[in-house]
Design a protein around this ligand. Structure first.
Ligand SMILES: [Ca+2]
Length: 337
């Protein structure tokens, strides 16, 4: 017997007539799937709901978990909304509850956009799905070890869970195949303040940890979101569809639709779905720039994302700026099938 096998926790059936069997621990086992394993860190949110449905209907990915963070609304609501989405998808996707608050500051949520519960205050029934007992940051670490070298992560909310996971496992970036963040406003105004985009502005310290310490990541920012926003009429036609997913999205979009209408907007900004499009189908991205991003932590510009030259000290960020025309609208349509 290889003595190391025992240390690795192999199951040993001495005297039971069963051969010694070396079992690799969960952390080093290589799992193989023909689909790309995808973890979504999220604060649902109508925008997140679209993105999650896109991923759920994409044949090229296996949705291995939703790690949930407080942000768009409080954590109780974002967890419940994630569970409601898993019910709608109809497959057992683990939901992990995460950080209720930013690492350092207490910041206002975005209930004025998404409804107080994040899903348009429509009194959805209590979900049948419940969150697991594993906290989000732990789940990120565990999934990255289970899918060593294969896991892809997309972060659609404040980066609190991801920063905590990075502290738990400093090797996390090396275990992950790809990280894509929706956040920031490079060379343009934010949506929370003139400087800060919501996900970064909600927890700038967490964002700074990720942008400083993750070697390479991809970004879809608020400026690209506005540039690629589909016409309102196109989205309204999708929401008038008759599939269960279309009816669900129509229901929870009520508050967001009123917000868009009150602003007199011609286009409907879809940040998380645009990020998901870049994640699922990189061929739809037609222009990407590169740089190192720093997050402002003090003063009125707190939460601002500033792009500088790649210096080896910070993440090499690949910022997806332009997409094929109509790609997002087509992806949204497919998500409701
Ligand atoms: Ca979000």
């Amino acid at each position: 017997m290889d003595p190391s096998a025992h240390r690795l926790g192999c199951s040993v059936a001495a005297g039971a007539g069963i051969a010694w069997q070396t079992v690799q621990p969960e952390a080093t086992r290589i799992l193989v799937t023909h689909r790309r394993p995808l973890l979504i860190d999220t604060d649902p949110g109508v925008d997140d709901a679209w993105a999650i449905l896109m991923a759920a209907s994409a044949p090229q990915v296996e949705l291995v978990g939703l790690t949930v963070v407080g942000g768009n609304v409080g954590l109780d609501c974002t967890v419940r909304n994630a569970c409601a989405l898993v019910d709608l998808i109809g497959r057992p996707i683990p939901v992990h509850s995460g950080a209720a608050r930013p690492l350092v500051a207490q910041t206002e949520d975005a209930g004025h956009v998404h409804g107080r519960d994040g899903f348009g205050d429509v009194d959805l029934p209590r979900p049948a799905t419940s969150p697991t007992a594993t906290a989000a940051a732990n789940a990120i670490v565990e999934l990255a070890q289970r899918w060593e070298g294969q896991l892809e992560i997309i972060a659609l909310g404040p980066l609190t869970n991801l920063a905590l996971a990075l502290r738990l496992d400093p090797q996390l970036p090396q275990r992950v195949a790809r990280l894509l963040v929706m956040g920031g406003a490079i060379d343009g105004p934010g949506n929370t303040t003139p400087f800060a985009e919501f996900n970064i502005g909600f927890d700038p310290e967490a964002a700074e940890v990720v942008f400083r310490e993750w070697p390479t990541l991809e970004l879809v920012d608020w400026v690209a979101t506005l540039r690629e926003a589909p016409p309102v009429g196109q989205i309204e036609r999708l929401l008038a569809g008759d599939s269960p997913k279309a009816r669900f999205m129509h229901q929870i979009s009520r508050c967001t639709a009123a917000f868009v209408a009150a602003k007199g907007a011609q286009n409907w900004a879809f940040a998380d779905p645009l990020a998901m499009l870049a994640m699922l189908d990189p061929a739809q991205v037609v222009a990407t720039s590169e740089g190192a991003i720093a997050v402002e932590l003090v003063g009125e510009r707190r939460g601002e994302t500033r792009l500088g030259p790649i210096d080896g000290e910070r993440a090499r960020s690949r910022i997806h700026q332009h997409f094929h025309q109509q790609a997002l609208a087509r992806a949204l349509e497919l998500a409701l099938d």
